[in-house]
Design a protein around this ligand. Structure first.
Ligand SMILES: [Zn+2]
Length: 137
């Protein structure tokens, strides 16, 4: 468990990040409405669509980040912030400084990444094979 002072520091950080995100949300939505009004020209449609896609993707990523911030704030509220979801050990302070929304400790995260790498091994070895044969050619 981290002390109250540390928890409050992270709470402030998350609240700042959250309000910055919500502000950019609002800003993007206004911009978004504006461009849909201007979509009368067919030539502009594809670029407008592209822009729309890009914004949607960006918004999805921000929505995910926002969700993580909310989860972290809930944890601070509940007094479980900084505790690994997997092994219930404290997450390294240095890790939280770099990645405040981390929900796994370093060793659990490494284990998770190793599992992901192993499950992607089939695809990976195939692409390495292609690269190797290209190098020979
Ligand atoms: Zn852990």
């Amino acid at each position: 468990m981290m002390n109250q002072e540390q928890a409050m520091k992270f709470k402030k950080l998350f609240e700042d990040q959250k309000s910055a995100l919500l502000y950019s949300y609002k800003f993007m939505n206004e911009d978004f409405n504006l461009s849909s009004d201007e979509m009368s020209d067919e030539i502009d449609l594809s670029s407008a669509e592209l822009e729309q896609n890009m914004k949607m993707r960006l918004r999805n990523r921000e929505a995910l980040f926002l969700k993580k911030i909310d989860e972290a704030l809930e944890k601070i509220q509940a007094g479980t912030f900084g505790v690994c979801d997997c092994c219930d050990q404290n997450i390294e302070q240095s890790r939280l400084e770099v990645r405040p929304t981390a929900n796994l400790c370093l060793s659990c995260k490494e284990e998770e990444e190793m599992r992901e790498t192993r499950s992607a091994d089939g695809r990976k070895s195939k692409s390495i094979g292609i690269r190797a044969s290209l190098r020979i050619a």
